[in-house]
Design a protein around this ligand. Structure first.
Ligand code: ATP
Length: 277
């Protein structure tokens, strides 16, 4: 991580009381998040992803360890899995006003702020449109706009695309990529391997422990970029289609110096291979 850390967890554990006794959901987690970083958190159901997200957002008390927040961390906003779970207003504007009221935004500035945020997320519709008439994807974009109007610096997405269709998922990812390019810090929780490509760093949780930390290329292709099992394969996650094809080509002896993560990178790789034969 090159960016300066704005939030640090040291030896953080979270223990829940369950019916059959105590359950440790996070075990001595050590983690730094840098300003402007895109950190992706992957892991199977029950691995502790949501608990970690809530710890980062300050929504879950920790049982052990320390959390250090730098002054420039700013405000953390979260977008949840279910698009309906955090929408309160009956109209788009009303909903954004609820978010702004919580942050004491001057009522005279609310409409302009709302319009700017909606433009940033590409939600080009009347601000008095009823929320109930929005699609799931549009609701998630409204939830992002709700974070933007509060002036959040760190955006936490907890499996926020999991209830969306592929087009809405792609649109949401594009919006988040734009936020990231504009300098916002992103924590992206997902079980979808395709979504890891955009991260600066991937961590994998297993039974509440960090079992991998590194860049997406290291995760999908391993350290030496050769044919031994990559971390993604070792965790038995299904790699994205472009990674699967590139790995098969590697196994056939074709040299792929920089493993592609996206369709665009895959196209470039194919062009380079064609030129070399
Ligand atoms: N409020 C709670 N009380 C008791 N146990 C909890 C609570 N929240 C989570 N757990 C337990 O902690 C463990 C980790 O749960 P968590 O929701 O963080 O995992 P997750 O990786 O986000 O799972 P999923 O992908 O299914 O959302 C699970 O065993 C879960 O049952």
């Amino acid at each position: 991580m090159n960016n300066h850390p704005i939030l640090e967890l040291q030896n953080v554990s979270v223990v829940y009381r369950q019916r059959n006794g105590l359950h440790t959901s996070l075990h001595e987690i050590g983690l730094q998040i840098g300003q402007g970083e895109w950190l992706a958190i992957a892991g199977r159901n029950g691995s502790g992803k949501s608990t970690l997200a809530k710890v980062i957002a300050g929504l879950c008390p920790i049982s052990k360890g320390t959390i250090t927040k730098q002054a420039d961390l700013g405000h953390i906003s979260m977008v949840f899995q279910n698009p309906d779970s955090q929408l309160i207003g009956e109209t788009i504007f009303e909903d954004l006003c609820f978010s702004m009221e919580n942050f004491q935004v001057d009522p005279n500035d609310m409409e302009i702020r709302a319009r700017e945020a909606l433009q940033q997320v590409g939600l080009a519709m009347d601000i008095h449109w009823e929320v109930s008439r929005l699609s799931g994807g549009q609701k998630q974009l409204l939830n992002i706009a709700g974070c933007l109007v509060t002036g959040a610096n760190l955006f936490l997405f907890d499996e926020s695309t999991s209830m969306l269709d592929p087009l809405a998922r792609e649109r949401m990812l594009q919006v988040v990529r734009t936020l990231h390019k504009a300098g916002r810090t992103i924590v992206w929780i997902t079980q979808w391997m395709e979504e890891l490509a955009w991260a600066d760093r991937v961590i994998v949780l297993e039974d509440g422990r960090i079992k991998f930390s590194g860049c997406p290329r290291k995760f999908f292709y391993g350290v030496s970029n050769q044919t031994e099992w990559s971390p993604c394969e070792q965790f038995r996650f299904p790699p994205p289609y472009v990674v699967q094809v590139a790995r098969l080509l590697q196994q056939k002896g074709i040299d792929i110096p920089k493993g592609p993560l996206t369709v665009e990178e895959f196209q470039q790789m194919c062009g380079a291979i064609c030129q070399s034969v």
